[in-house]
Design a binder for this molecule. Structure first.
Ligand SMILES: Nc1ncnc2c1ncn2[C@@H]1O[C@H](COP(=O)(O)OP(=O)(O)OP(=O)(O)O)[C@@H](O)[C@H]1O
Length: 345
């Protein structure tokens, strides 16, 4: 009876509310949901009804009739459409708690280091309106450092670079405190845009962002290799001069060329961080290396390129896409020890 009651009570959860993906972790159960941050809303006169979220809604992007809107509620890691974000969180909470009969969960949500107090409050409010009893906030790079297992409580500097969809968060921690934290609004989505722009200006070809993302994952690289190990890729789109569908083949170096600008911006952010922290911590970071997390860390040879540009060793954390949610979940599980690392809405 007791376990039935417990099983019926709404589960607490940690949410990585990302620009590209939302991942939910439930203490004791692990990651229970990992879906694109997209929601499809049907407009019925004054009423709005969520008809799909996550993968199902992502397949509808750009393909819906006028009465259905597909919305990506987050931009650059922060809420851009409050109502859609609230609906999406509510939908995901319901899905995770579908067999729970009562109670409302406590939730821990992470936000980019650069989020303003207004943006943090929007996330806090969205969590409460979605049905949470209590909402805690943690900075994304702090969660990433916890999730990557960095020795953040020790008296030595640890540096983490979390490259998500909308933001790259850079953070240095020592003795359980954040010494430096900054986020730049250049990350995976900027890489997709760079590929769209490259196709448009070099080849007069119009392609969509979803297509560009697939090209980046399949053939993208941060280093243009001389030995030709990268393959050419054929991409389809609309010829901007003649107006009809066509396809072109991008050579092995072209995607690396296209990605130069966003990668340089990320390099700039890392150099700035290395220049701004006290020299003792810089020495620790050089010894231990800089940890990469987030989906952007999966770009082929990004660690190599960053090492070439900064002279510091880079290490890709295990399962980089899920470090943030794992760390957010660990913070929720050890709330008493973590209160100093939480941020106010
Ligand atoms: N194999 C891959 N190569 C390159 N990029 C990848 C790969 N896999 C995923 N990505 C990119 O990672 C990004 C998503 O990463 P992640 O889920 O960590 O971000 P997010 O949490 O949604 O975003 P943010 O933290 O900015 O809110 C997307 O831009 C995606 O294209």
């Amino acid at each position: 009876m007791f376990s039935w009651v417990l099983g019926s009570v709404s589960a607490d959860m940690a949410i990585d509310l990302g620009t590209a993906n939302t991942v939910v972790y439930v203490p004791g159960r692990g990651i229970v949901l990992d879906e694109p941050s997209v929601v499809a809303i049907e407009l019925r006169g004054e009423d709005r009804k969520v008809i799909a979220a996550g993968h199902e809604a992502k397949t509808m992007l750009g393909r819906t009739p006028t009465k259905i809107e597909t919305v990506q509620p987050l931009r650059d890691g922060v809420i851009a459409d409050f109502n859609a974000a609230e609906e999406m969180i509510k939908y995901f909470i319901r899905r995770v708690n579908k067999r729970r009969l009562f109670g409302s969960p406590r939730i821990m949500i992470c936000v980019p280091a650069s989020a303003t107090s207004v943006e943090r409050r929007a996330v806090h409010e969205a969590g409460l309106s979605a049905g949470a009893r209590r909402v805690y906030l943690i900075e994304e790079p702090v969660a990433a450092a916890i999730g990557a297992g960095l020795p953040i409580k020790e008296p030595r500097g640890s540096m983490i670079v979390d490259i998500g969809g909308g933001t790259t968060d850079i953070c240095v921690m020592s003795m359980g405190s954040v010494i430096y934290s900054k986020s730049i609004r250049t990350a995976g989505n900027s890489m997709d845009e760079a590929i769209v722009n490259y196709a448009r200006f070099k080849h007069h070809l119009l392609i969509g962002a979803t297509n560009a993302e697939a090209i980046k994952k399949e053939a993208g690289s941060a280093v243009a290799k001389a030995n030709g190990t990268h393959v050419a890729i054929t991409i389809k789109g609309r010829d901007l001069q003649r107006g009809f569908p066509t396809e072109i083949t991008l050579g092995p170096h072209e995607i690396a060329d296209a990605l130069t600008l966003p990668i340089q911006q990320i390099v700039g952010g890392i150099r700035q961080a290395l220049a701004d922290v006290p020299p003792e911590l810089t020495a620790d970071i050089c010894d231990a290396g800089i940890y990469l997390t987030g989906g952007g860390a999966l770009l082929d040879k990004l660690d190599v390129r960053l090492q070439q540009e900064t002279g510091v060793k880079f290490k890709i954390a295990e399962d980089p896409l899920r470090c943030v949610v794992r760390g957010t979940g660990m913070a929720l599980e050890r709330l008493d020890e973590m209160t100093e690392l939480l941020i106010k809405p």
